[in-house]
Write a protein that binds this ligand. Structure first.
Ligand SMILES: NC(=O)c1ccc[n+]([C@@H]2O[C@H](COP(=O)([O-])OP(=O)(O)OC[C@H]3O[C@@H](n4cnc5c(N)ncnc54)[C@H](OP(=O)(O)O)[C@@H]3O)[C@@H](O)[C@H]2O)c1
Length: 275
């Protein structure tokens, strides 16, 4: 369990990239997920709303995180983006709202943030987050927030998996008490056939995916994992019957960055091959 402002977050959240069928979300709820990570870019906020309404449990039982996209940056655009997310999600508040990718223009990040702060103050967003911000993007924004006595980010999403732990950003956010979440904690399948991970899976009698998820948790990072299969959904929450040794954690941390997505906020996307 992770603590964030007044929210209790589960160990593992459900990733919604490419989920377009509300039945998959109903299945995730049945398999004990209560945290859903969507984004305007995924075009499935309405699919999540449909699942939550069909499920019928009260809104307070779920944690909804969403994000505004690159073309929704700026004060006015960000306000429209949040309104649109609230409408798509058919909810009066969103638990966590992120800027999906930083702009390389610090002022644009600051203007966007100012709009999000207004929704926070109205109780329409409960916590604000930065996604894919590295320290050099976050620092000018945080300095500006402190100067204005504004609302600090309390959560940060980063690509994170064995071999790609973005240690510099992780240390920076940890030092500021900003919870880090892992996106693509399985490297979207690119690392699970690596020999190190297969050997550890055999040693701990776990699946390669469970090794990756446990690795994130033992680094103090909350993984967001996507699966469309009920069996794999259950497997991904079943992480309590083993602990990785320090040596094995070091092995996983020092794996070459085989699972890197090819995305970096300051660069053009690199097309990477699967293993
Ligand atoms: N902030 C950002 O910029 C950003 C970027 C990317 C992703 N995200 C978030 O992070 C979430 C997770 O990342 P991701 O979807 O890229 O990748 P991921 O969760 O690392 O990997 C998902 C893939 O692994 C498979 N899988 C899941 N559990 C498995 C298991 N136990 N055994 C075998 N295969 C398994 C899934 O297949 P099946 O569906 O067939 O099970 C799917 O193909 C996203 O859904 C999204 O919410 C955020």
């Amino acid at each position: 369990m992770f603590k964030l402002n007044n929210l209790n977050l589960p160990d593992v959240g459900f990733g919604m990239y490419k989920i377009n069928d509300f039945k998959i979300i109903l299945s995730a709820i049945k398999n004990n997920y209560n945290y859903f990570d969507t984004a305007s870019y995924y075009k499935n906020e309405d699919v999540l709303a449909e699942a939550l309404s069909q499920n019928g449990l009260e809104r307070g039982k779920f944690i909804i995180a969403s994000k505004l996209w690159r073309d929704e940056m700026g004060y006015d655009n960000a306000k429209l983006a949040v309104q649109k997310s609230l409408e798509n999600l058919k909810t009066s508040y969103i638990d966590i709202y992120f800027i999906h990718w930083p702009s390389l223009d610090d002022n644009l990040n600051i203007e966007t943030w100012r709009a999000l702060e207004e929704f926070y103050k109205l109780g329409k967003i409960r916590a604000l987050g930065l996604s894919n911000f590295l320290p050099h993007h976050a620092e000018p924004l945080i300095k500006n927030i402190l100067k204005r006595f504004g609302v600090m980010p309390s959560i940060a999403q980063l690509e994170f998996h064995p071999g790609y732990t973005q240690e510099c950003a992780l240390k920076y956010f940890n030092a500021k008490n900003i919870l880090v979440q892992a996106w693509s904690p399985l490297g979207r399948g690119r690392i699970v056939n690596d020999n190190l991970i297969l050997n550890l899976a055999a040693k701990y009698q776990a699946s390669p995916q469970q090794i990756c998820l446990k690795f994130a948790l033992q680094k103090g990072v909350m993984p967001l994992v996507k699966s469309s299969s009920p069996e794999r959904m259950t497997e991904n929450l079943n992480l309590n019957n083993f602990n990785l040794t320090q040596e094995d954690m070091w092995r996983l941390e020092t794996l070459p960055p085989l699972g890197w997505s090819g995305e970096h906020p300051d660069r053009e996307r690199v097309i990477v091959k699967s293993l």
